[in-house]
Structures are given as C-alpha cells and as structure tokens.
Design a protein around this ligand. Structure first.
Ligand SMILES: Cc1cc2nc3c(=O)[nH]c(=O)nc-3n(C[C@H](O)[C@H](O)[C@H](O)COP(=O)(O)O)c2cc1C
Ligand code: SF4
Length: 731
C-alpha cells in the first residue's frame, strides 16, 4: 500500500512538470489513471477470489449449471428457472488462455485448472413436484424374457394408478430405431419420465450398445451435454443374478442409472437391483409399488443432479493446477470413467443367450464371432430338387456352396432380417478378434458336419453327397456384416487359396472397409431403399450418417472398386421400399453396378417376440416384383444407361438386371468362369468383371418357360406331394 502511495506521488510530480506546471491537466490524467486501475483491480480480484480453503476459486463447473429446485413450485405448474449453463468446453479454454499468457508455450500441453466437483451436499435440492401428470415411457431390453415380463408388470401397475396420461412401453432394441430420438433429442412431451428395466449380462449383449451410446452422447461435444435435463425424471430397475454373478450383480443397470443422471436426468427413485433367483418377484413388486407411490404422493423429494460415475476419482482430485494434455481435455469432462476399464468381451460367448438362440436356429457359431449354416437350397440340391437362384444366374451349385459370416454383428437392424432380438449390434468392432485361419477351419468343419447329418435323409443323391465335402463357393452373406471383420482380406485370401469363390455381401455402411477390400469373385452392396427416409425405416441403421455412408459406398463402387464384378442387391418389402424407382435409378447411375439382383423379401416370423415388424402383407407376390423390375429397367434405360433384364428364378422370387455388356450376339453371359477367375487372380495381373464371364443357360433367361428352374432337377411341390401321400394312404 505504502509503495503505491509513493508511486502515485512521484507520478504526479512528473506529470506536473510534463504539463508545463498546469495542475488542471495533471488532475484530469490522474483521475483517469485512478479509474482505470481501480476497475482493473476489480477484475483481477474477482478472478483471484479465494474459496473457503484459501485456494484459488476454480472456474464454474458443469455441475453448477442447474435448475434451482428450491425456487420451483411444480404444484403451481410454474416452469423451473434455469440459471445459464456454463459451457464445459469454454471453462477449460478460458483457463487455458489465461495461463498461456504467463506460461511458456509447450506444444499440445496446456496448463489448466482441473475441474473441481462440488460436493454432493451442495447440489442437493428439494422439489415439490408431483408426477401424476407425467408422461411415462417404460423402456426395457430382454434376452430371455424376464425383463420384458417385469416391464409389462410395471406397465400394468402404472396404468392402474390412474395417472392423467397412459404410459407407453418400448423395447429398446426393437421399438426404438434410433436411441438419439429419446436420449439426445428428448420427445417434446410435458413431464416426461423414463423408467428402464434392464437385465445385466457379463457376456456381450445389446445392453452394451445401449450403454456405449449413452457414453458417446456424454462425450460428444456437438450435442447438448445434458439432454436429459428436459425430463421430469427417470428410474432404473435392474434384474440380475447375485448367486452366479456376485461381483457383477446388476452392474449394467447401475451403470445406466449413473449415465442417465450424468446426462442431466433426475432420479425419482433409487435404482432397483433384483436377483431373479432369490425372491425376485417379491422384490420387483416392492420396487414397483415404491415407484408408484413416489409418482403419486405429494411429498417433496430430493434431486441430486448430474452426478458422474467418477466421483471417487474426483473427490481425490486436487484443485491445484494440473498439466492436462489437450487431447485429455475432453476426458476431463467425461461423465464416466470408473467403469471405463474397457473389458473386451467375446461377441458371442458360449454361455450367452445369443449363442443359444443362434444354435437353436441351426447356426454353428465358429470361434466367438463367426457363424455357418447350411441353407435349404443346399439340402434341396443334395436331394436333386434344384439349386437356388445363384445357380440360374451365376452357375453356383448349391450343394457346393457354404454360407458363412466372419461377423455375426451388424450395424443395421433391417426389418426383413432373420437375425433379431438377441443379436449383437455395433458401429465399431469392440470384441475379441479370432484369426482368419481359425474361422475358415471352423466354418468348413461346421459345414461338413451338417452335410454329414444329411446322409440318412431320403432322396439324397450319393454323388452330390460326396461332392459336397469339397466346398467350391463361399457366400459371405449369412447374417451380420462380413466386411466388419478386421481381417476380411486375409480371410478372403484363404478362401481363394483353396479355390473357393467368394461372394461378399455388405450393407453399404462401411465405406472405409469397402475401399480397402481386395478382389472378390462378386461384390454385393445391399440397396434397401430409394431414399433417405425409407432407408431409415427399412434398415434401421445404427449410424447417424447412414445415408452419407451409402452414398460414399456407391462412389467407391464406381471408382476404387470399379475392377470388381459388382452387384446391387435390392430386397423388396411391400409398404416399405417399392414405391419409387427413380431413387434406385439415381443410385445405379452413381454406383454403376455390373448387375442388379432384385429379390422379394421372405417372411421370417411376425413381430411378436423376434422384433421383426413384417407381416405376410409386406411380402410381395412374384408378379409385383416383375412389375417393379420392368419399371426400374425402363427408368434406368431412360437415363441412357445400358442395362436389361437378363434372368429370373421365379421359385425364389428373384430377378437379374445386367449391364448390356454381358450380352453378346443376343446371348447372356452372366455366369462365371470360376477356373478362369482363379487363373487371373494367381497371374497377379489386373482384370475386370468381363474377363471371367460364362454363358447363361437359356432356361434361366427372363421370360423363359422354366423361369430359372434347371430342367435336369426334379421339381418338388410340397403341397402336391402331400396330397399324393394322402391319396396313397386312402387306397
Ligand atoms: C450368460 C449370462 C450372463 C449373465 N451375466 C450376469 C451378470 O453379469 N450380472 C448379473 O447380475 N446377472 C447376470 N445374468 C443373469 C441375468 O441378468 C438374469 O437372468 C436376467 O433376469 C435376465 O433378464 P432377461 O431375461 O430379461 O434377459 C447373466 C445371465 C446369463 C445367461
Ligand atoms: S444388413 Fe444384413 S445382417 Fe444386417 S440387419 Fe440387415 S439383413 Fe440383417
């Protein structure tokens, strides 16, 4: 203080002399100086205010952004008052900038004040909210049915409470196409309350995907960090088994509970953890009753907002300046870390419900993420009753073909897919990876084992039976997304080394992998809808940028992968994707596929239980498929593109459009010269789709009498045969 007085005195004298002894000017300058320095000291004293511990006060924290529930009277239906939420990113940046002034610049490392969490006590607030007017959504996910049953019990109980609005019940895996529709962009409904019923699985399950998505939302700086602030509340009921999994009892429900809170949700009832083995139903009822009471009574309850599940870590954290790597800034604000010990699970562990469900459907699960299954056409071909459309179009005899996939997981949930419910989903590979040789060996073993089982089946042709033990073709299309497998190129290379041709079907959602794919015998891309909205409805993609991904894949087909023999695969679903041909023609124009395969969807179960929303009404008749193909061909031709309808296989409701270059002197050449393909491949020279073509048999031509049925095979009409047997018995 004394120092500053002397400095001011000395300054005055100097100014007086400089101004030629005029006191008035000196006085004015002095006043201005005092004003500026006082306002500066205010700013600096504000920014250096200390807290109770005497340490510098940290910048405002995300936890401080708050609804002030002490001032909210929900009964009076006044809107809660929000204090302006400080932006978490801004907090760090501001800290970083002020420190940068004094600190030496060090690349990528900045000095910032570590965020300090307010103690839980400080953010406890009370509310007089009653939830009788709330809109309740019950979400559940279930692999073996227990959580679904519990969710329904909960639904009935809540319905019986006589609330103003009827609750809604949704299966997270099947009824919710995009989790963001509920967990990022909260529906605009008054007093929305989410109640979740979640089992826990040590093995990989769709719950992992759900929890990952919540985590991603919390880490995504492009979206509102607290989207669930808009909810009136949430509650989670966990089901598990404390006897068999004591360490992990209901662990996923607990993680969900914390993540929902971290996203801004307000817990209206404690997370329930029920062991289905020890008094499950009683505990469930108790929890449901408790929740019901808390929804209907008027007692104020306590909200603790936006906690994170890294509380322990934070409570130990010092508020002293800490060096933080720029890349770690975001991590500093992550909502979860204690459960972040990333556990790499198997995609389909042997003891998982997914494994059971797949094996029940006839799949052989190979290793931990691959599968093989013999299809009905392989069985049919073994009995001399005809091969599938691939024989008519490309010369593949079904009894020499193995259907397999190195990834049972997929990034879509297509409405016509036969894999539903328990199957693994994901946008990134998060599982253990099996070696390609192990997968190939296991797939061949699994395939041959199933072929062997056919030896006692009446009508099996012994020659075909023997031939079937040397697989010649591999359809990488079974279920899931083969291109997702990190070693797909090595796997395909191993098939080719055994002179097994490769037909690879991908879902047009993985452009990077598509770009990096090596030569295959035939490369398919599924085109399931003509426009963005329809694609979302049909494929129910997990990627948000699914349309851009599809467009990128089309571009890749006509550039990087132009050397491949490419096929668009359209699966027609009535009421979903048969409305317009123009959009499909646009895509043909962009991707320039060698061939276009159009197939009517097949019925594989109704919505009850397997998540497939299709009914028989959605399955087109062959005639409807024919009409669609005619219209598409016309539209494509009208744009000057050289395509025509080449072949059909009426039996499997499948039609082939081909580029006219596959037609020579009026004859079609859509078949493949497999021997030539391997010669070219082994020569190391570049080659294209035209270098290994072979003539298409006339019985497969579009409009031929046989409509794709090989005249050498025996037609088998199940209904006719049944009738014949009945008549024979009556005689
Ligand atoms: C393969 C497998 C793994 C499981 N892992 C756990 C676990 O880690 N923690 C737990 O509390 N319960 C675990 N359980 C028990 C289930 O959570 C419990 O059976 C639950 O009721 C299943 O619900 P759902 O029928 O709706 O799928 C597991 C069950 C199975 C079959
Ligand atoms: S892309 Fe294939 S495996 Fe994936 S959901 Fe669709 S049909 Fe099923």
């Amino acid at each position: 203080m004394a120092g500053s007085t002397i400095a001011v005195g000395a300054g005055c004298a100097v100014l007086y002399l400089l101004n030629g002894g005029r006191w008035s000017v000196t006085l004015l300058i002095l006043l201005a100086f005092i004003f500026i320095s006082s306002s500066q000291s205010e700013v600096s004293s504000e920014s250096h205010k200390t807290n109770e511990t005497g340490k510098p006060k940290s910048p405002p924290q995300p936890d401080e952004l708050a609804m002030d529930f002490t001032t909210v009277d929900f009964a009076a239906k006044t809107k809660p008052t929000f204090r302006k939420a400080p932006d978490a990113t801004k907090v760090v940046t501001e800290g970083a900038v002020s420190l940068k002034k004094s600190a030496k610049r060090v690349p990528k490392v900045i000095k910032a004040t570590r965020p300090v969490r307010k103690s839980a006590k400080e953010i406890l607030t009370k509310s007089h909210e009653t939830l009788v007017n709330s809109n309740i959504i019950i979400f559940y996910t279930s692999l073996t049915g227990a959580s679904e049953r519990t969710a329904r019990r909960l639904y009935e109980h809540i319905t019986s409470l006589g609330l103003t609005n009827k609750p809604q019940i949704l299966n997270l895996d099947e009824d919710v196409d995009d989790l963001d529709d509920y967990f990022v962009n909260v529906p605009k409904k008054d007093q929305l309350v989410y109640i979740l019923v979640l089992p826990s699985y040590e093995t990989d399950s769709p719950i992992d995907y759900f929890l990952d998505t919540l985590q991603e939302t919390a880490n995504d700086f492009r979206v509102d960090k607290y989207p669930l602030k808009k909810l009136a509340g949430f509650a989670v009921l966990g089901l598990g088994d404390s006897e068999s999994w004591p360490e992990k009892f209901c662990y996923q429900a607990q993680i969900a509970d914390k993540r929902l809170s971290a996203l801004g949700g307000r817990r209206i009832f404690p997370v329930g953890t029920v062991c289905i083995k020890t008094g499950g139903e009683l505990k469930v009822d108790e929890w449901i009753r408790g929740l019901g009471e808390s929804i209907t009574d008027d007692e104020p309850f306590v909200f603790q907002e936006m906690e994170s599940d890294d509380e322990d870590e934070d409570s130990n954290a010092s508020s002293e300046d800490t060096l933080i790597d720029v890349e770690d800034i975001t991590k500093g604000f992550n909502v979860a870390s204690s459960d972040e010990k990333i556990e790499i699970k198997q995609m389909v562990a042997k003891d998982s419900p997914t494994y059971k469900s797949l094996t029940k459907q006839g799949y052989t699960v190979v290793g931990s993420h691959s599968g093989v299954k013999i299809c009905r056409w392989t069985k049919s071909a073994l009995r001399g009753r005809g091969s599938c459309y691939k024989f008519a179009f490309y010369g593949i005899r079904s009894h020499l073909c193995m259907e397999t996939t190195p990834s049972l997981s997929c990034s879509n949930k297509c409405v016509f897919c036969w894999r539903h419910g328990t199957n693994p989903v994901g946008t990134t590979w998060r599982w253990q990876v099996d070696e390609p040789d192990v997968i190939l060996k296991g797939a061949l073993e699994g395939h041959y084992k199933k072929i062997k089982q056919m030896r006692g089946v009446p009508g099996v042709d012994s020659d075909r039976f023997n031939e079937a033990f040397t697989v010649r073709h591999c359809a990488l299309s079974l279920v899931g997304e083969p291109i997702f497998y990190p070693h797909i190129n090595e796997f395909v290379g191993m098939l080719h080394a055994k002179h097994i041709s490769s037909f690879l079907v991908c879902n047009a959602q993985h452009p990077d992998q598509l770009k990096a794919l090596n030569k295959v015998t035939q490369l398919y891309v599924s085109i399931d809808a003509a426009n963005k909205n329809e694609l979302k409805r049909v494929d129910r993609p997990l990627y948000k940028d699914y349309w851009d991904r599809l467009q990128k894949c089309l571009e890749i087909l006509s550039t990087t992968q132009l050397h491949q023999r490419t096929v668009f695969r359209l699966t027609l679903v009535k009421g979903f994707n048969m409305g317009e041909v123009e959009g499909y023609a646009d895509m043909v124009e962009k991707g320039l596929p060698s061939l276009i395969e159009i197939k009517g969807a097949t019925f594989c179960g109704s919505s009850s239980g397997n998540g497939n929303p299709l009914t028989m009404q959605n399955i087109p008749f062959y005639e409807e498929c024919q009409n669609f193909v005619r219209a598409l061909n016309k539209e494509v031709n009208s744009r000057g593109l050289e395509y025509d309808i080449a072949a059909e296989h009426a039996h499997s409701c499948c039609i082939l459009i081909a580029q006219k270059k596959f037609q020579r002197e009026g004859k079609w050449y859509t078949h493949i010269d497999y021997k030539r393909f391997f010669e070219l491949l082994e020569s190391g020279e570049e080659f294209t789709d035209m270098d290994y073509i072979a003539p298409t048999p006339e019985w497969a031509y579009w409009g031929s009498e046989q409509a794709g049925f090989n005249p050498q095979d025996q037609r088998f009409n199940r209904k006719e045969e049944k009738l014949k047997r009945k008549l024979a018995m009556e005689v």
